[in-house]
Write a protein that binds this ligand. Structure first.
Ligand SMILES: [Fe+2]
Length: 205
């Protein structure tokens, strides 16, 4: 068994997550979740096919990277990254589970204070789980593509980080570190693809 589902199974699980969400989430937010997850999957697959990575794996990991958002943290008291990790591990798809954690924490040794909207126990578990992982091309790819989709628009990571900063009132230093990480990831895939991924994905700089 591969550590991630095939496309058909991934789409079926993703559709199930949408029906679960539709019970408690506003219609507009559901539309944004659909746009975001499909967008991350498609852009990851597009970049993957340009640099000899497995585009099917990239698509599946992108589509399921926010799987844990099917449940509301307010109701369950559990963060989306931990719901996604635990549920996908139970299904036996450890790579898809891992992405739910790694895309949330571009910095492995993150500061708890920077993520205070999440339950502390989840942050402690996540930190422990990612501590010894060496982030691979798929972790980096989904971290990067996650920053290209804002609401129902495809945007540069600079624009998305600016919006995130405004929305969550993040500290300047944290945003600077996230920007540096995203810049490194983008430069990595620009070099790997031999082109500017913004041009590949038709993203305005
Ligand atoms: Fe996401």
């Amino acid at each position: 068994m591969t550590p991630y589902p095939d496309i058909k199974t991934a789409v079926a699980i993703w559709q199930k997550s949408i029906s679960e969400m539709s019970v408690w989430i506003a219609e507009q937010h559901l539309r944004e979740y659909i746009f975001h997850t499909v967008g991350v999957g498609e852009s990851a697959a597009k970049i993957a096919s340009c640099c000899n990575l497995d585009y099917e794996k990239a698509y599946v990991l992108g589509l399921l990277h926010d799987y844990g958002k099917k449940q509301s943290q307010k109701q369950t008291g559990k963060s989306h990254f931990m719901v996604g990790y635990d549920d996908l591990m139970l299904l036996g798809w450890s790579d898809a589970a891992r992405i739910n954690l790694t895309h949330s924490f571009p910095e492995q040794n993150f500061d708890y204070k920077d993520y205070s909207s999440y339950p502390f126990d989840d942050l402690r578990r996540a930190k422990e789980l990612i501590r010894d992982i060496v982030y691979d091309d798929y972790d980096k790819l989904i971290q990067l593509c996650d920053l290209f989709f804002e609401g129902t628009a495809i945007v540069s990571f600079q624009k998305r980080l600016k919006n995130i900063c405004y929305r969550y009132n993040l500290k300047k230093e944290q945003i600077a570190r996230l920007e540096k990480k995203a810049s490194e990831n983008k430069a990595y895939f620009d070099a790997k693809c031999g082109c500017n991924v913004y041009e590949l994905l038709h993203i305005e700089k």
